[in-house]
Design a protein around this ligand. Structure first.
Ligand SMILES: Cc1cc2nc3c(=O)[nH]c(=O)nc-3n(C[C@H](O)[C@H](O)[C@H](O)COP(=O)(O)OP(=O)(O)OC[C@H]3O[C@@H](n4cnc5c(N)ncnc54)[C@H](O)[C@@H]3O)c2cc1C
Length: 377
């Protein structure tokens, strides 16, 4: 094994070229470290390249709760990263404000939306309750049985593929190295991580190792690294051709949503299925269930034509919260469990890992997210 201090060796190796790994590699490089990023299938080739790309700080696991302040902070971090990516590479990651409407078919749901709006307004979000007429004015082809909704004006979106790919590209522009291979072991000496061994036979020596391997962290494929209590939740999205200008505001009810993206296609989603074996194939059952849900919201979509169907796997922790922190060896760090919010939360996760690895700042990771809440070694 090569010594950690080999000339030209990186200071850090990040494993996983999804949003979390790319954001972390980029952040470590921005902080002045020499970094290698290891990805076996291609940057953004899994969930991070196919996610909807919503930067919604008002909903999701841990909101309101421990995720909320981090999610709010991420909106500003994304704004800064969009500028960085554009400055470094010329690529526009699609960061933009995006209006959305949560709808209600009955008074119980209207009352619930009112309660949500109360805390959201206190937190500084822009949200307005709409009656049936107000809804129809914004989205005329919604189901007339919808009786009201909440209009959010403090949501943002990115193109998740361009964001993740752009971070990887900006990382390279700052001198980072991307290695296309599989990490097969974390090398160690006297309880300290010393690098990462790859399936191509190379060992990359480094004193800091970050594992951002998404749902695959639930396996024992990297010997010596304990599987994380994470499961793969398969989510599918359909991209539809639907002439007109409707759904410029994303329309949502529970897990179903409809939104026209900048490419002109209407994206509809989604599903949440625990699947064995990292099976990320699309299914007819998911297509049927998504269409059933969104046709209830907008029967006019019956006329839409399916262009693409995608499926990918979210890394969801046992308690639904991110898993960030030490990984059982000195110098080994985990960045995982972002669930349905990994695009939104990735810049903050990256900063937390950098603060831990570079500044030994344990307090940078909120207690509910710390990896130490699970047995990790
Ligand atoms: C349908 C759907 C819609 C979504 N919409 C949103 C949204 O609107 N907003 C939002 O914030 N989030 C959204 N998400 C969630 C988001 O996609 C995930 O939280 C995020 O992509 C997770 O990023 P990650 O980097 O942890 O994992 P991944 O993107 O899975 O990346 C992990 C990478 O690690 C690599 N890897 C694993 N093991 C190894 C190894 N041993 N060696 C080398 N490489 C390895 C894999 O090949 C993979 O590329 C959505 C997810 C789905 C499924």
């Amino acid at each position: 094994m090569e010594p950690v201090s080999a000339p030209n060796a990186p200071d850090a190796v990040v494993v996983g070229g999804g949003a979390v790994g790319c954001a972390t590699a980029y952040e470590l490089t921005r902080r002045g470290l020499r970094v290698s990023l290891v990805e076996r299938d291609g940057i953004a080739s899994h969930a991070s390249g196919f996610a909807y790309g919503g930067l919604y700080a008002t909903t999701g696991a841990g909101i309101p709760g421990p995720v909320l302040p981090v999610a709010k902070q991420c909106l500003e971090l994304h704004r800064g990263l969009a500028d960085d990516i554009r400055d470094q590479t010329g690529l526009d990651d699609g960061f933009r404000p995006a209006r959305s409407i949560e709808v209600a078919f009955d008074q119980r749901r209207v009352d619930w939306l009112k309660g949500e709006a109360r805390w959201q307004l206190q937190e500084g979000f822009k949200v307005e309750l709409l009656d049936q007429k107000g809804m129809r004015e914004i989205e005329p082809r919604l189901n007339p049985d919808i009786i009201g909704g909440a209009l959010h004006s403090s949501h943002y979106e990115v193109d998740s593929y361009k964001y993740t790919f752009g971070l990887g590209w900006a990382f390279e522009k700052r001198g980072g190295r991307i290695v296309r291979s599989s990490a097969v072991a974390v090398t160690e000496r006297d309880g300290r991580a010393t690098g990462v061994a790859l399936s191509n036979g190379e060992t990359i020596p480094a004193g800091i190792v970050v594992l951002a391997t998404g749902p695959w962290a639930s396996t024992d494929e990297i010997p010596g690294v304990r599987p994380l209590p994470i499961h793969a939740s398969r989510g599918e999205i359909l991209r539809l051709e639907f002439p007109g200008d409707d759904f410029r505001s994303r329309v949502t009810l529970d897990s179903h949503y409809i939104a026209r993206k900048p490419d002109g296609l209407v994206w509809v989603g989604t599903t949440d299925e625990t699947v064995p074996g990292f099976d990320d194939r699309t299914t007819e059952a998911a297509r049927a269930s998504i269409m059933e849900g969104v046709l209830r919201l907008a029967p006019a979509l019956e006329a839409a034509r399916l262009v693409t169907q995608t499926a990918c796997l979210r890394p969801v922790a046992k308690d639904g919260l991110p898993i960030i922190g030490r990984g059982g060896l000195d110098g080994l760090y985990l960045a995982n469990g972002a669930g349905k919010k990994g695009i939104l939360l990735s810049p903050a996760i990256a900063r937390m890992v950098a603060a831990l690895a570079i500044d030994a700042d344990e307090a940078a990771v909120p207690a509910p997210f710390r990896s130490g809440r699970f047995a990790i070694r």
